[in-house]
Design a protein around this ligand. Structure first.
Ligand code: NAP
Length: 553
């Protein structure tokens, strides 16, 4: 019986290189790689060896005959991929890890950030070179979006942290946490102590709608909501008020899907996860029973991935309905097999009266072809004014244009989930239009000269913008590491006179409360111990003082 890849696929392709018959596609060398929601195993070619299941960092691979319940569909999804993509399991040209000339002295490399892109970068550098690495993060705890972004009911995705943990504990790696580059230490100071600096700073804030009423209490960005349930110490426990019966989530990407799920999941199911204690308590008292996912375009243009959407259909006690609309009916009727619109076939089509309180029971309403034009309310959000939309052809695919129909939706909570946005790091170039660091192949570019800034690199969302899940960072990190190693081999990295010991002294003088590996381990031990006592993976400390105190113990 063949194996199949399931919902939690992280796309990092760890499984591809261990498959003895090359039956997992698309491979990183194929043009489809990065364009599909997940990777797929060809059931005809699979020899059932299980190597992919062992290599999968997020526990997403299972024998088809062991798939049960909502996962059963993944047997078909894996098989169906090969219906449209005739299998070519021949091997491409071999690739070898880049290495450095033996006569090159040890490199010192700083990585700013400790999230997935930073961890993949460190992993690659530690495996293929003798480089000494310094990792720096503005928060006193490592992990970036792996800790503060991945939803708590996706614990198997968080398992990838186990493979990253070996990075943090590597003898050639030092961490300086609770230290912000551009504030506590400048880029120039960091560069003076290293041959190269790699920025893996992600996209720290949210995109704005630019609509009246956007800042009313009760309207918040998804970045705040996600940080709130994940115990991000920069988000206060009281940031979210769940006293309304209807919530509107603007946007229908995977983050919007996460928000909808967490709002409506039975809190008893979340109680066994590492969700923030304050969020669990608030969700137990929540009055929210209807979440409207608002999309300005149609079902075929939905931003969620198929696997995340399929999981929405199986939330115990939560009904999934589609707001009835002639264009939605037409899209479903014309949907080719395997398309996003086809996934809606079979779901109830209903008209939801946005002027009335939601009916009893928990439900998610998928509303397409509607864009917010104003957030209504005096003192706090009471509703959303909407324009109907229709698709018109645009250079980058269909876009939404207002039709002139108007409506309102009563709601006391509005979560704006329209994408993350990068923020500039002082001393580092920033492309404001792309909200990312300008680069070529990972080398940061000086916008004035158009030439690479020696020894300065970028990776992850700060490099390519806020799209792609965790695994997408593996190939992205490799491209940046390859550029760095090419520059090292060509003698193009700047000299570095400052030592790691001098850097540690400088950090201590600026941030006496900086967190090192010993304190990071203490935080981890304390959180796991609290979790063990409560039957949870960990109980996260949710404030800066609590994290720092745990680190000192
Ligand atoms: P996203 O996928 O880019 O989705 C953004 C959504 O906002 C789209 O529906 C977009 O609609 C809508 N939008 C943008 N501007 C708008 C406006 N002015 N008015 C109304 N709607 C607007 O962003 P995301 O959900 O933040 O996710 C970021 C990345 O993280 C994605 O690659 C996602 O897959 C990944 N992620 C993955 C997982 C997972 O694998 N489980 C979980 C979370 C996040 P249009 O399409 O019409 O522009």
């Amino acid at each position: 019986m063949a194996y199949a890849i399931t919902q939690t696929c992280c796309n990092d392709a760890s499984c591809v290189s261990v498959c003895p018959v090359n039956c997992i596609h698309p491979t990183p060398e194929e043009p489809e790689f990065g364009r599909t929601d997940m990777l797929f195993i060809d059931p005809v070619a699979c020899i059932d060896c299980g190597a992919c299941a062992d290599a999968c960092p997020v526990d997403a691979v299972y024998p088809v005959d062991r798939l049960a319940g909502p996962d059963t569909v993944f047997g078909e999804l894996n098989r169906d991929y090969y219906r449209d993509h005739p299998a070519d399991h021949s091997w491409g040209a071999p690739t070898f890890p880049r290495s450095l000339p033996d006569d090159l002295g040890p490199l010192r490399i700083a990585i700013v950030g400790t999230g997935p892109s930073a961890s993949y970068t460190a992993q690659s550098l530690l495996r293929t070179t003798g480089a000494e690495i310094t990792m720096i993060d503005r928060l006193p705890v490592a992990g970036g979006l792996l800790r503060h972004g991945v939803a708590p009911d996706h614990q198997s995705t968080k398992r990838i942290a186990e493979s990253f943990a070996s990075v943090f504990h590597h003898p050639r790696l030092r961490v300086h946490l609770n230290v912000e580059i551009g504030k506590d230490l400048s880029h120039a100071e960091l560069a003076a102590h290293h041959h190269a600096v790699v920025y893996a700073v992600g996209a720290a804030t949210d995109r704005r709608l630019g609509l009246p009423g956007e800042d009313l209490p009760g309207s918040l960005p998804a970045t705040t909501f996600v940080g709130w349930y994940n115990a991000d110490p920069t988000v206060p426990a009281e940031a979210v008020d769940l006293s309304a019966e209807r919530a509107v989530v603007v946007g229908n990407g995977n983050v919007a899907v996460d928000v909808a799920r967490i709002l409506l999941l039975d809190p008893d199911r979340l109680a066994a996860t590492d969700i923030a204690d304050h969020a669990l308590a608030a969700l137990r008292d929540s009055r929210v029973r209807e979440v409207v996912l608002l999309a300005r375009r149609g079902p075929e243009q939905a931003a969620w991935t198929r696997s995340e959407f399929l999981a929405l259909q199986h939330l115990p006690g939560v009904e999934l309905v589609v707001e009835d609309h002639p264009e939605v009916r037409a899209a479903i009727a014309a949907a080719p097999e395997g398309s996003k619109a086809a996934l809606l076939a079979g779901l109830p089509l209903e008209h939801v009266d946005g002027g009335e309180p939601p009916r009893p029971g928990r439900r998610i309403v998928l509303r397409f072809f509607a864009a917010p034009t104003e957030l209504l309310g005096t003192g706090r959000v009471e509703g959303v004014r909407l324009d109907g939309t229709a698709l018109v052809a645009g250079p980058d695919g269909p876009r939404a244009e207002p039709t002139g129909e108007h409506g309102t939706l009563r709601a006391g909570l509005v979560v704006r989930s329209i994408g993350y946005r990068g923020v500039p790091v002082p001393g580092l170039p920033f492309d404001a239009a792309a909200a990312a660091v300008p680069h070529r192949g990972g080398r940061v570019i000086d916008p004035e000269t158009g030439r690479p800034l020696p020894g300065t690199y970028v990776v992850g969302w700060a490099k390519r913008g806020p799209s792609g899940g965790i695994g997408a960072n593996r190939a992205c990190a490799q491209e940046t590491v390859d550029a760095l190693l090419d520059d090292a081999a060509a003698g193009a990295l700047p000299d570095s006179s400052g030592t790691r010991r001098e850097l540690a002294r400088l950090v201590r003088s600026r941030r006496p409360d900086a967190v090192g590996l010993k304190q990071l381990r203490a935080i981890d031990r304390a959180e796991r111990a609290l979790g063990e006592a409560a039957g949870r993976p960990r109980v996260k400390f949710a404030t800066l003082p609590a994290l720092l105190a745990a680190g000192r113990r």
